[in-house]
Design a binder for this molecule. Sequence first.
Ligand code: WTA
Length: 637
Amino acid sequence: MSYPYKIKSFEEYQEAYKQSVIDPEGFWANVADHFYWRRKWDKVLEWNFKDPEVKWFIGGKMNITENCLDRHLGTLGNTPAIIWEPNDPEEHHRIITYRDLYNKVCQFANVLKNNGVKKGDRVCIYMGMIPELAIAVLACARIGAIHSVVFGGFSAQSIADRIQDAQCNLVITCDGAFRGNKDIPLKSVIDDALMACPSVKKVIVCTRTRTPVSMLKGRDSWWEDEIKQVETMGNPPCPAEEMDAEDELFILYTSGSTGKPKGVVHTCAGYMVYANYTFVNTFQYQAGEVFFCTADIGWITGHSYIVYGPLSAGGTTLMFEGVPTWPDAGRLWEIVDKYRVDTLYTAPTAIRSLMSFGLGPVNHKDLSSLKKLGSVGEPINEEAWHWFKDNIGKGKCPIVDTWWQTETGGIMITPLAGITKEKPGYATLPLPGIQPILVDENGKEVEGNGVNGNLCIKFPWPGMLRTTYGDHERCRKTYFSTYDNLYFTGDGCLRDEDGYYRITGRVDDVLNVSGHRIGTAEVENAINMHAGVVESAVVGFPHDIKGQGIYAYVISEKLTHEPELTKKDIAQTVARIIGPIAKPDKIQFVSGLPKTRSGKIMRRILRKIAEGDLDNLGDTSTLLDPAVVEEIKRGKI
Ligand code: WTA
């Protein structure tokens, strides 16, 4: 495949950027022209950030799977679409060509149809990282069902919340998932979740671990049996459903500063164009290269850069079931060597964790195939950046530090691999088509270079979220009401003297723990569910590996058990309610929380204490009870 919209030099970048600002519609129409449309659009864009209402490629008809599969069959039928590396290095890997993938997606799409799934229905997918997960995702898209993938590390309660919110009527899961030396009982978690989800009528269970599972008559069936049924029907074809450009493609839940996670909604055409455009340009993808993104498909990074970006570009995507540290910390490097990986896209937290094992696991691995490296999910510290550059990239691979969000659908600010001059810790420059601006607290634009501000985007791009599922007002309030006519990202940002962007971290109450977004309010609510807990306040603190750790201040009614045991119980409660990723790293019992006279918790102070910055607490005179701060300082862990 060729990519006529691929930028090949810094001069071309500058020119494309200029064009994209002067004539955004023309710019995106040029990119979109290189996809397969059943019917071309009538109008490129209609938008306002007030309601908000954003529509791209209006009147266009298409199906993303025809762009990811059908259109490649003639030329790439025998090319690997997915290379799958199992958790256990002793187990055989799988290579799925474009033709195989097409057949499997059509087959499973017919399974969904046999089970009554129709266009617009919501399907929850809770699976481990096996090819069937990608197949399930694409099968939904094939028939126009809206997929909602839930990460395998979330608890039954979190899944139930997500299923209820989206009113899913079918769930696709596995008996279990292998991750490192763990075997996660996915079906059993789903059984617990479904006790609270009457909307779900069917559960399809794919075999992976052979963990014993309960199979409820009338509701549960095996993936393999369902496939057999389609085979006995003679494997009929499954024509792709014709989708409107703005029909919903998927929902993906993510955390914000308040309340329960919200379902970010992406639509068919805009997301497709954007995932592809950002994939091809950021990573300078060339036909035939092997692209390895270590994310889980349960996160947006997996959606855009394991599934939709690479496949829509006819690329070869490597999907890894396990974790970077099992059976040892050389696993990623072994995979790079085994499949001659060209691009490795991972997260700073993984890099830091692997750094802690020293160079032993890296030495004697052949990493000579690597041409490009990428980082995503959180700010990358300079030490990790250099370690990655020197020891993995051997000084010759460009690193793209890609800033983006679930809501943006794809990469927004990033170097173009090998084209943009890089600077450690900097996401550098916006992609053509993206118009970032920095604003101060009052919403006034901060102009010029060498300035800090809150990062906003002032013009729509095709991959942006359209709404939050079932609650458009929440979308408006969260992203479009802080500043007039701007999309507010929630991130703080520095634009240095060179005009380069450096993301400094969230300015709202959202934590970024090992690249996972977690709302402080969510964790507090979960802690407060623990018997005896009166109130709690959660803040982040710097953590060597995770980037941020979770520090919880807890007021407890009575401590009947030993405090250390109670802390473990509280952590367990959080794991039950949200999932193990949200467990607090530190819990400090306190008798009160620093509050203003109006009752607001002064998190600034708690954050400082958690960071160990005890001498710079700032003004505490407005506190209701300043003495409480002294007590908290004394008890700091
Ligand atoms: C943070 C992940 C610094 C940021 C794709 C953002 C980053 C949040 C970077 C979105 C980066 C992501 N440098 N910070 N390169 N990439 N972030 O929705 O705070 O899981 O708002 O999307 O991660 O997290 P999300």
